[in-house]
Design a protein around this ligand. Structure first.
Ligand code: ZN
Length: 443
């Protein structure tokens, strides 16, 4: 009887939750642009700088497509501009709200099944591994993992958010004499839902495989303390769940502007505002009023700095596009548009990317941000590499590729596959990094 009552309460709460989401994107388009000339690129950069258009993929070069989200009421205006510039384009998604509604419906079904399975099995809560969980459920997951093995697993606080949430992460410390650390973060951009799901999957699988005596996992976790932060932007992430699915920035607000939010991945205190970031508070790439202005940035900066010179690897997960990036983003004025140890960085990334490709044939492009894309300053990867001297610093843009699956709106049914292949890629990549570090210290 208790089980039946709890199932009814699940159904009621889910139907209430469903009515809370807005229909803000009716007839909004996802459009693919195919710039051919420098004039096209200049035009698009000006649109990004003044914040008038929402870019879903970065402005790259004249041979690479760019996906943009165009609100329904601005579509005709943009079409006439594109035609005026002879800029080729086509519509990938005709009604974004429909993609979002489908995603929501699938997510509700997924939640319902998980809750029923959990209650039936007598679990205190539904599993969140392989789905798009809410922030509080992710924090509860971290706490449960720590409670299950307090000797080796600890929750740590990174700091507060603008709306006063606590940003929490987890550290896996299986070897009490390990002195070197690695860092993995997810969710700095709110709408990239596949990334927190990936961090949760990594935590779950690292612990499970360690305890099941997986040789590679034991080797990695005995070598490093592994710090994983599943959401660096909980305010924005929650807002993308409750109110505005395509929200990217944090939720800070200053009296000087009517617009909310700073792009946290343009706010880091290294080569801040030196290109590929906007000074307009309404832009999706608004870098903030000053370097490190955001409380979320300050928390991460202070935490990593408190353990400076102990970090061997920094990884920040984003979506989408299937890119595995090395520094630098802020400059192209270097040989190869990349740092001195670029060949080593690239080789290790290629090991991980090759592993991922063995799943579903999913291909990643590997290289420096500024080499593969365009300038983007104030990002975590440059800061980690230069300000913190972390030799292996990367950003990964998870699936889909440009234009597949309505971009950020990746159906939750595809999430476990993406998480699984990414976990496999991370393992072989980290094993390669470990091998490189061992040979460089012995040589
Ligand atoms: Zn991102």
């Amino acid at each position: 009887m208790n089980r039946i009552i709890s199932l009814i309460s699940i159904l009621v709460s889910l139907s209430i939750w469903n009515t809370c989401t807005e229909s803000a994107y009716v007839q909004d388009k996802l459009v693919r642009l195919e710039p051919l000339t420098e004039q096209h690129l200049d035009y698009l950069r000006s649109l990004e700088d003044n914040g008038s258009l929402d870019f879903w993929t970065e402005i790259t070069g004249s041979d690479r497509p760019i996906d943009v989200h165009i609100p329904a009421n601005e579509y005709d205006q943009y079409v006439s501009e594109f035609k005026q510039y002879s800029l080729p384009f086509h519509v990938l998604v005709d009604n974004l709200q429909e993609s979002i509604d489908n995603e929501q419906r699938e997510l509700l079904q997924d939640r319902l099944m998980r809750q029923i399975q959990g209650r039936w099995a007598g679990q205190p809560r539904a599993s969140i591994v392989g789905t798009y969980a809410r922030y509080n459920d992710m924090v509860a997951f971290l706490q449960e993992k720590a409670a299950a093995d307090p000797t080796h697993v600890e929750v740590f606080d990174i700091g507060r958010t603008f709306e006063n949430r606590i940003i929490q992460g987890i550290v896996l410390k299986f070897n009490p004499s390990a002195t070197r650390n690695i860092w993995i973060d997810c969710g700095i951009h709110a709408r990239e839902w596949i990334t927190p799901a990936t961090c949760i999957w990594l935590i779950d699988q690292f612990i499970a495989e360690y305890n099941n005596n997986d040789a590679t996992t034991r080797d990695l976790l005995n070598n490093w303390n592994v710090y994983i932060a599943p959401s660096l932007n909980p305010d924005g992430y929650e807002y993308s769940h409750t109110t505005s699915r395509l929200w990217r920035k944090n939720r800070s607000k200053r009296p000087s502007s009517t617009c909310y939010g700073v792009d946290l991945n343009r706010n880091y205190p290294w080569k801040w505002m030196t290109g590929g970031a906007s000074s307009s508070p309404c832009s999706e790439t608004y870098a903030g009023p000053s370097a490190g202005s955001e409380i979320e940035t300050v928390g991460v900066v202070n935490f990593l700095q408190s353990k400076i010179n102990t970090w061997d690897m920094y990884m920040s997960f984003h979506s989408y596009g299937q890119w595995w990036f090395t520094p630098y983003g802020y400059t192209t004025n270097l040989p190869d548009k990349a740092p001195a140890n670029y060949a080593t960085l690239e080789a290790a990334a290629k090991v991980g990317a090759a592993t991922i490709q063995t799943f579903n044939q999913r291909k990643y492009a590997v290289g420096s941000v500024s080499r593969l894309l365009y300038i983007a300053s104030g990002s975590t990867v440059d800061w980690a590499y230069d300000a913190l001297n972390i030799p292996y610093s990367y950003t990964i843009e998870l699936p889909p590729t440009q234009g597949d699956s309505a971009g950020f709106v990746l159906p939750v049914s595809l999430a476990p596959g993406v998480c699984q292949e990414t976990y496999a890629g991370m393992k072989t990549f980290l094993a390669e990094v470990k091998k490189n570090l061992a040979s460089s210290s012995s040589g």
